[in-house]
Design a protein around this ligand. Structure first.
Ligand SMILES: [Fe+2]
Length: 203
């Protein structure tokens, strides 16, 4: 199978000014596409040719770093586009109860997400995730992912500079503040929690 670029679930101007159309055009159209192209080239004609992206990631972890990086980045970006929303969204009652239990309140969760994202050294991802009925904030470095982990990822924020440099230059706090407070897709997080299994990259 050949993995395809998942279309943005909103117009490319919809996240501005948190994330501009120019950033999205490069980040989605160039970066995400390149990770997919490299994944597809690496699996063509191999035992992985018909595997799901999550199975490619699991098989490549620890055995083929180049393929792992590109497959995991392909997944992470597909998940990231869904983690953002043009309009204000709401968490389900189930998710809200779990947020309050784990973090105190949604505002406290947002503050902790910003702290963890700011404190993350260099490139990576900060996630809201669920495991065994509890929520936590997780970080993965570089291209690493929760796709093949025991966690059910609910939301993710890209911490690579390519996610924010055109809009916010080196000011990661400004990017995190805008995304966390204006553009996170709480409905997507709620759907992921209700489904109870890890989101799958579209085949
Ligand atoms: Fe990215």
């Amino acid at each position: 199978m050949s993995f395809k670029l998942t279309p943005l679930p909103y117009p490319d101007t919809a996240l501005d000014p948190a994330i501009s159309a120019e950033t999205l055009s490069f980040h989605h159209g160039k970066h995400h596409q390149a990770y997919l192209d490299k994944t597809n080239a690496a699996i063509k004609g191999t035992d992985h040719a018909d595997a799901s992206l999550e199975d490619v990631i699991a098989a490549a972890r620890g055995t083929n770093q180049g393929l792992f990086n590109n497959a995991a980045q392909s997944y992470n970006h597909g998940f990231y586009w869904q983690s953002l929303a043009a309009d204000s969204t709401s968490a389900s009652d189930e998710l809200t109860v779990m947020i309050d239990a784990a973090f105190g309140s949604t505002d406290d969760l947002k503050a902790k997400l910003a702290d963890r994202g700011l404190g993350h050294f260099a490139s990576g991802w900060v996630w809201l995730a669920e495991k065994d009925g509890k929520l936590s904030i997780e970080e993965t470095h570089d291209g690493d992912t929760l796709a093949d982990s025991d966690f059910n990822p609910l939301l993710v924020i890209d911490l690579w500079e390519h996610a924010y440099y055109l809009d916010h230059q080196n000011k990661r706090p400004a990017y995190l503040d805008a995304v966390i407070n204006q553009k996170l897709n709480w409905a997507f997080a709620s759907d992921n929690l209700a489904r109870g299994t890890t989101w799958k990259y579209p085949a």
